[in-house]
Design a protein around this ligand. Sequence first.
Ligand SMILES: Nc1ncnc2c1ncn2[C@@H]1O[C@H](COP(=O)(O)OP(=O)(O)O)[C@@H](O)[C@H]1O
Ligand SMILES: [Mg+2]
Length: 273
Amino acid sequence: MTTIQPVLEIRSLTKHYGGVKALTEANFRLMPGEHVAIVGDNGAGKSTFVRLITGAEQPNSGDLLLDGSKVSFKSPLDARDQGMETVYQTLALAEDLDVPANIFLGREITRINLGPLSILNHKAMREQSTSMLSTTGVKIQDMSESLRGMSGGQRQCVAIARAAGFAKKLIILDEPTAALGVAETARVEQIITGLKERGIPLIIISHNLRQVFDLADRIYVFRQGRIICNRLTSQTNPQEIVGLITGAIDPSSLPPEMSPKLSPHTQKEAETV
Ligand SMILES: Nc1ncnc2c1ncn2[C@@H]1O[C@H](COP(=O)(O)OP(=O)(O)O)[C@@H](O)[C@H]1O
Ligand SMILES: [Mg+2]
């Protein structure tokens, strides 16, 4: 049997703020092409986990492996350079800039690079933005308009298109639809399904169990600063997940679940036996 290497592996990740144990000994794996959901009550440690794995904060201890190699991100830019794109819950978009400027924010294409006096290559950025948006199926009428006039859903689509366009290894979405309406949520979910079809691994934090069960291959449950278990979506149900989140169900009482070493593809084969 060949062992499939995780795209991202987290070992014993720990972060304490003084006496507050925000995250303790967290172990996590994301397999090639896998879409994983993170669930848990408020204060369970989900955002801390994302900040630690994207380099926004440094852990007290623990290891992060990207494609099997140990990495240590000094900042989110560092993680981005290595192919990890994150859409934070509070969108990092500039209202007064147009779509291409937002997509290339912080990594502008230049014609002549003279530091602050650089000349931007607007044509190249516009063209690449159009193609990035089209791979996600997002239609923006006028690319030269600022984001100010756009709906929350359109902005979220721009942010996800940006992440999808630049992500070489994986995408992390923190509550991507928490502030969106029904139609906008559906649009964002379509983009996520498209990423699945393109084989781009994804981590989504969501409180919406319907969404989690629609989109994720695997669910990681956070509780009181620990990852208490992970379940294949196909082998659990919303009641069980709610029980795990609230503590009504003891994870050790559950039947042993399938090894996270298996890829979603291998799991499907195993399930049909
Ligand atoms: N910068 C911080 N300083 C002190 N405590 C923090 C800090 N960030 C998070 N915490 C605490 O760590 C715990 C986990 O928080 P968080 O990761 O935001 O949870 P979640 O995203 O699951 O709601 C909470 O008790 C929270 O109050
Ligand atoms: Mg949070």
